[in-house]
Write a protein that binds this ligand. Sequence first.
Ligand SMILES: NC(=O)c1ccc[n+]([C@@H]2O[C@H](COP(=O)([O-])OP(=O)(O)OC[C@H]3O[C@@H](n4cnc5c(N)ncnc54)[C@H](OP(=O)(O)O)[C@@H]3O)[C@@H](O)[C@H]2O)c1
Length: 261
Amino acid sequence: MVFNFFSTLGLFYINKMPNKKIALITGVSREMGLGFETAKQLAQKKYRVIITARDYYKVKELADRLLAEGLDVLPFALDILSDDSVENLVSKIETNFGKLHVLVNNAGGFYDAGANALDTSLAFAHEVFETNLFGAWRMIKSFTPLLEKSGEGVVVNITSGAGTYSDPDFGLISKSDTPLYGITKLALNGLTVKLAPILKTKGILINAVNPGFAATYPGYAEWGARPVAQGAKGIVWAAILPKDGPTGSFFMDGKNIGWQL
Ligand SMILES: NC(=O)c1ccc[n+]([C@@H]2O[C@H](COP(=O)([O-])OP(=O)(O)OC[C@H]3O[C@@H](n4cnc5c(N)ncnc54)[C@H](OP(=O)(O)O)[C@@H]3O)[C@@H](O)[C@H]2O)c1
């Protein structure tokens, strides 16, 4: 019940603050991760940021760090694979805020470096699709009503160069071997395209953003990864697009990079 106690306290505190745009980010369990940095940058832009992770204690500790910097963040437990967990959060946000402006589908991963598609276990493939595609899809389906209520909703799906055909380093036809990861991100790009015209009728923008190879784990920087803050900047760019901004596209660093051959 610690979760409920702190969450209630947080909501009480936050409801006393003036109206702000509300953003929700999935998969914020690590200080080095893109989710944490995106939360920080969005909160610095005066958004009220709801950060979530499966493990409440991890996300609470991260929220405390941002709160100590005077940023407006609120932690919640969320498993994007669970209908109950997602619906529980929908109902909390609906009750306390009545709407949602930004959904960042950041949770994901399972980088199967060195694998080949013929040997990939289909059981594992299902597991990765559950998170990288269906988790994001579930979030969008469940939060669309609250995003619509904001009148200017935005969805950002975090994709990857691995989900393109032609990214020279990580694309499907490059020498990089991350087949399952790449196929799930390709599917996420496809979902983004198919949902865009439907969500547009509800005043919601949806785009996929490639953060680029970012130093979210020890050793990545030595392999040429760029600073996490740089990757997150492109995510934030897409999260704060104006109402008449682009939709159904694939961006990196604010530039439409396409994802076809
Ligand atoms: N780093 C890069 O170079 C790079 C490049 C392109 C794209 N991306 C994408 O950027 C996103 C963030 O990656 P990252 O590098 O920052 O790594 P990360 O910190 O490991 O982020 C992945 C997050 O997803 C969470 N997650 C996994 N399954 C979940 C579930 N069922 N419910 C809720 N959360 C779940 C993980 O939580 P747990 O701790 O609970 O497992 C973790 O917080 C991912 O979508 C990744 O594919 C990263």
